[in-house]
Design a protein around this ligand. Structure first.
Ligand code: GDP
Ligand code: MG
Length: 459
């Protein structure tokens, strides 16, 4: 960490720009109070004031003695302050001009302009909060709805810190056990038995980490919605289903195969979860398309693009006609991605070979006659709400935490595969170090700077 930054006194306007009731200028560092002494005229000298007290007075230009504004000055003395250093906060009238005039005289009197997030960074450097809590402060200042606010507050109150500590303790216990085994490695047989036991414990830990990762991946859908593409060969009823799910007629439905030439996208809330539905042209192979087929071929290419980017796929098949090569193609394209098999046209005599899907769950509907559509909606939302809900409350993570947990899961998985305790131990130790970087003061200043650069000045 940059040493000199500890001894600097920093200042910034902490409130947003634009006309407002009040603006607040923050000062932090060893010279905060002496600077206030030079600028503030009131009943009491700031250096005589008790910690955590507020005083009415004026801020004057120390050279011209001109009054800049009438203010309230708050005095906070180290160590029980936000940054851990002496601090002063000046609440002035909410004009950008007044606030910046005050900031100017503060800087002239011996402070320097704070960098983005520097107050919070100092709080971290003073060991008053860990990195995850600083990130929570940032998340809170950016929170736009109740759920992001709630999860940021949880994190600020140490939920993630506790999770990491708990996970770390579990890993430490296992590492200690392995070290113990390695020390007394006389009877090979018992070691093997113990080894397997340990691996099972390791697997349980990884399952827990993977659950947290999955929950978080699902959480992202709460905020930004699920991109759900409807796929199937031409004429199986994709557009009809699209309209049904939207509860309106948006896509053109005809008996002529290949009517939907471009993709249509509409957003709909299904059981309180946002789905961005995409109706595509069907998937089929057109060899040497003629002129009229060219447009359709483009549509089909687009559906293939959608397949790559979609979060979720509704694979639609016609229950009233026999399975074809094109259906197989559709199934092959979706089977390794999150999907639901939808058998449409159940109002007609069935001719489809359902056994083709083996143990896969299928949802039976008639898009035309609105049968089974509610069941389909429930199946769609359930696959997400189940992931999000798991357990009592969830642990909301940001990209940095998720990235670390994914790497950790990879290292543990590697440890499970090892045939020797020694090598498994190396992976677990690396994992423990990695886990530490979620909360601990990161030795890599670049990471620290990246985190704080996202803050606003004054926070
Ligand atoms: N009997 C029956 N016909 C349907 C059903 N869904 C769609 N169709 C008909 O199948 C044809 C093709 O439908 P469309 O939605 O355009 O299919 P797409 O090419 O997959 O988008 C149209 O004539 C629809 O009326 C259904 O559930 N039952
Ligand atoms: Mg269509």
């Amino acid at each position: 960490m940059r040493k000199e930054s500890y001894t600097d006194t920093i200042a910034a306007i902490a409130t947003a720009r634009g006309p407002a009731g009040i603006s607040i200028i923050r000062i932090s560092g060893p010279r905060s109070i002496s600077i206030a002494d030079k600028l503030f005229r009131g009943k009491i000298k700031p250096s005589r004031a008790k910690s955590h007290t507020v005083h009415f007075g004026e801020i004057c230009n120390p050279i011209s003695q001109q009054v800049i504004d009438q203010v309230m000055l708050s005095v906070f003395l180290a160590p029980h302050t936000y940054t851990g250093d002496d601090m002063a906060e000046i609440s002035c009238h909410g004009s950008d001009f007044v606030a910046s005039q005050i900031l100017k005289v503060i800087i002239k009197t011996g402070a320097r302009l704070a960098e983005p997030g520097e107050f919070t960074k100092r709080r971290v450097l003073a060991n008053k909060m860990d990195i995850t809590q600083a990130e929570a402060v940032l998340a809170l200042t950016n929170a736009k709805n109740e759920s992001t606010c709630r999860s940021a507050l949880d994190q600020l109150q140490g939920k993630l810190t506790g999770y990491v500590a708990d996970l770390g303790n579990q890993l430490k216990t296992i590492i200690a056990r392995i070290e113990h085994l390695l020390e007394f490695e006389e009877s090979n047989q018992t070691t093997q038995l113990q080894f397997r036991k340990i691996i099972n414990q390791v697997k349980t830990i990884r399952a827990d980490i993977d659950k947290t990762i999955k929950q978080n991946e699902a959480l992202k859908y709460l905020h930004s919605g699920v991109y759900c593409v409807i796929i199937g060969k031409p004429n199986v009823g994709k557009s009809s289903l699209f309209n049904r799910l939207l509860e309106q007629d948006r896509a053109i439905v005809t008996e002529i195969p290949g009517t939907t030439r471009d993709s249509l996208q509409e957003t709909v809330s299904i059981n309180n979860l946002i789905f961005h539905l995409i109706d595509t042209a069907g998937l089929k192979i057109i060899k040497n398309p003629d002129k009229t087929q060219k447009i359709e071929a483009i549509g089909i290419e687009k559906s293939q693009d959608w397949l790559k980017t979609a979060d979720f796929i509704l694979a639609v098949f016609d229950n009233s006609s026999p399975l074809t090569q094109q259906d197989r193609l559709v199934y092959d394209a979706v089977k390794h991605k999150p999907h639901l098999i939808v058998l449409n046209k159940i109002d007609r005599t069935p001719h489809f070979n359902k056994n083709f899907f083996k143990s896969e769950k299928t949802v039976l509907v008639s898009a035309k006659y609105n049968q089974g559509v509610d069941r389909l909606k429930n199946a769609m939302s359930r696959s997400y709400t189940r992931k999000i809900a798991g357990g009592n409350g969830y642990l909301a993570l940001n990209e940095r935490h998720l990235d670390i947990l994914k790497q950790l899961s990879g290292l543990i998985k590697q440890a499970e595969k090892e045939n020797y305790l020694e090598t498994a131990l190396v992976n677990l130790r690396n994992g423990l170090d990695l886990l530490g970087s979620v909360t601990s003061l990161v030795s890599n200043e670049q990471i620290l700077d990246t985190i704080f650069s996202k803050f606003c000045i004054g926070k």
